[in-house]
Design a protein around this ligand. Sequence first.
Ligand code: ZN
Length: 426
Amino acid sequence: MNNRRTLLGSSSSTIKSHNLRAILLTLLRRESISRVHLAQLTGLSTTTITNLISELLAEGIVIEIGAEKREPSQGAGRPRTGLQLVPEARYAIGVHIGIGAVYVTVTDLRAHPVIELSLDFEVGQPPEKVLPRMVDLVQEAIETSGVNPAHIVGIGVGASGLVDPYEGVNVIAPTLGWRDVPIRDWLSQRLGLPVTVDNNVRAMALGEAMFGPEQDVYVLAFVYARIGLAAGFVVGGQLYRGAGAGAGEIGHTTIIPNGGEHCRCGNTGCLETLFSEPVIVRLAHEIATKNPRGKLAQHLRRAETLDTVFDAARNGDESTLDMLRERARYMGIALANLVNTLNPELIVFGGIFEQGADLLLPTVEATMRERAFADLGERVRLKTTSFSKRPGIIGAAALALNAFFYQNSDVLPRKTVAHRSDEVWN
Ligand SMILES: [Zn+2]
């Protein structure tokens, strides 16, 4: 049995794992810290701290540095030896399954990417065709990164749609046409590493909560839109998944009660039929068709993409600005409902919100603040993701780091998420 398994794995007692994780999380959140200060923050005895830290020192996961960086509240006194997490001591792999593309990264313990690779696939391809290529891409990422494979703690996978995180199965991915795909078992059998699978937007929420600049937020919501629209929640440092791992499907909240458009979920009038990348591009196309000599039509002649629509708006095309404001109002209403339900402290936006933050967020924010109950809307803070275009892979890596390093995944209560037996796969 190798060291990374004995350090935090099944051979450690539960109490020891729990204590180690408390220490690692505290080290993650600070640049350097003394043993005494660590004992104060974790509530562990100095003897326990000393013993566990010597193990971490022996493993190379922690190093001693000159002196602790003291906060003003700690006052003066003799400088104490500081302890620091060594980010390059272990690595994680993040796999983000997007619509028509798979992104893979290898990151260190602070979720800094060492390498990023991607592959494209045709939407509608069966998972049996895509997963083998995903395995090859992960292997290529490990080899190219130059990281010692023995130092990789695991793989995190962010998949779209409904995911059973307890079995690692992608139950339904409507945009890909996938059902009951046993991603965890498929990858772990071929790559020989522990694999954690969860919904991709939920993974983004975890990545932001663990590795974003604001780590002491009690209730964080991550809202992501591109082809689809969903949210992920982190409450008290833990992912909030709901009773059947379905929490956050805000794209399928009803906004138009009668006569709304058909949604791919089978309902009509869902938020997703009003606000998403394809919807905005389609509406722009309709505006341009009606006014072929307008500014928007000129932009769309280059390419009918979200970027050209946003360019037309930034160049002052009123019809495009009106359309975006109208769509942002729908989104703001949905967000007010979310704020009333969850009462988050911070909402982080990714995807098209980040791409068009200047055009969309002012109206989204104003509508949300105006509509939310009492002062709930005034108190919530909004920001775009700290990871620019890649909250997906950072989030996926966070799943692996969280499962192995920072939280005992064995203590997850076992829940059953209804899905069919995977006869195709066995
Ligand atoms: Zn729907």
